[in-house]
Design a protein around this ligand. Structure first.
Ligand code: NDP
Length: 258
């Protein structure tokens, strides 16, 4: 059973992979007041069918919202929409999950791949955090409890070991995905700086590594199923306090070195 009891939750990249599994597990186990804003860049496309089916199964729990992490106007629009839906309760939990991967080394990475990964994996979460911040603040204030937790107000950035400057060199040969790693190292710095900026609001912010998981991004060779990774991540998210604010952990709850 998920320890996440946050009322209003928003997830990016929710139409497939880990994002879809997060929505699935949360909706199967939702408490009465819980509502999930499952966002994706193309809600009507065939690739979003599984999410549409899930929303049909849980109509009072899931609302699908269009949000393209590469498109600042879609981010603004989605924030406006969600803001009006959550009202005075605010947004308790924002999960920045959407990301893209690109292969390459110092010798082969293209300018386009460097720009695209940075746009989606760093600028996207930056603008999303900024636009949803007023609603996270509302939730933090409305909670009336001291300290930090995901049930009060939190931003979880789904990162990767690939963004760990100290861990990556030893696995670079196995995963030559330089544009992705550089962008996720950027996301890690964004996490630390956002945590610093929003700590006065008592909004928790941290980075979470899901493990190496069988999704389109993780590929067939990955040892973990999405179910196991997401069960672990939800356990970790549900257990967070101000002690983990500004930190980097994996789906088992282990601290990951920057
Ligand atoms: P997938 O490639 O399976 O799914 C990526 C999701 O991100 C899709 O829903 C995709 O939507 C969405 N997305 C991509 N670009 C955008 C955009 N511009 N706007 C909105 N949504 C977008 O990846 P995973 O599910 O495996 O990865 C989820 C997270 O976990 C990522 O942050 C990833 O970096 C991280 N991670 C994954 C690992 C793994 O082994 N799988 C390992 C370490 C970290 P669309 O269908 O429209 O493309």
């Amino acid at each position: 059973m998920s320890a996440v009891k946050a009322c209003n939750i928003l997830i990016t990249g929710a139409n497939r992979g880990l994002g879809l599994e997060i929505v699935k597990q949360l909706s199967e186990d939702s408490c009465q007041k819980q509502h999930i804003y499952a966002t994706c860049r193309d809600p009507d496309a065939p690739k979003s069918e599984a999410l549409r089916e899930l929303a049909k199964k849980h109509p009072s729990v899931i609302t699908i919202i269009r949000l393209d992490a590469d498109d600042p106007s879609s981010i603004k629009e989605s924030a406006k929409k969600v803001g009006s839906l959550v009202g005075k309760n605010g947004l308790n939990l924002l999960v920045n999950n959407a990301a893209i991967v690109a292969n390459g080394t110092v010798q082969t990475s293209s300018v386009e791949d460097m720009k695209n990964t940075f746009n989606t994996n760093v600028i996207g979460p930056l603008l999303i955090t900024r636009e949803f911040l007023p609603y996270l603040r509302t939730a933090a204030k409305a909670s009336g409890t001291p300290g930090m937790s995901c049930n009060k107000a939190a931003v979880i950035n789904i990162s990767t070991l690939g963004g760990s400057i100290s861990r990556m060199p030893s696995v670079y040969e196995q995963f030559p995905v330089l544009p992705y790693c550089v962008s996720k190292a950027g996301l890690n710095m964004l996490t630390v700086l956002a945590a610093e900026e929003i700590k006065a609001d008592e909004i928790l912010c941290m980075a979470l590594h899901p493990g190496w998981v069988k999704t389109e991004m993780g590929g067939e060779k990955a040892p973990l199923e999405p179910k196991e990774s997401v069960e672990g991540m939800l356990r970790v998210i549900g257990s967070l306090t101000e002690m983990q604010h500004g930190g980097f952990m994996d789906y088992t709850g282990e601290t990951v070195p920057w």
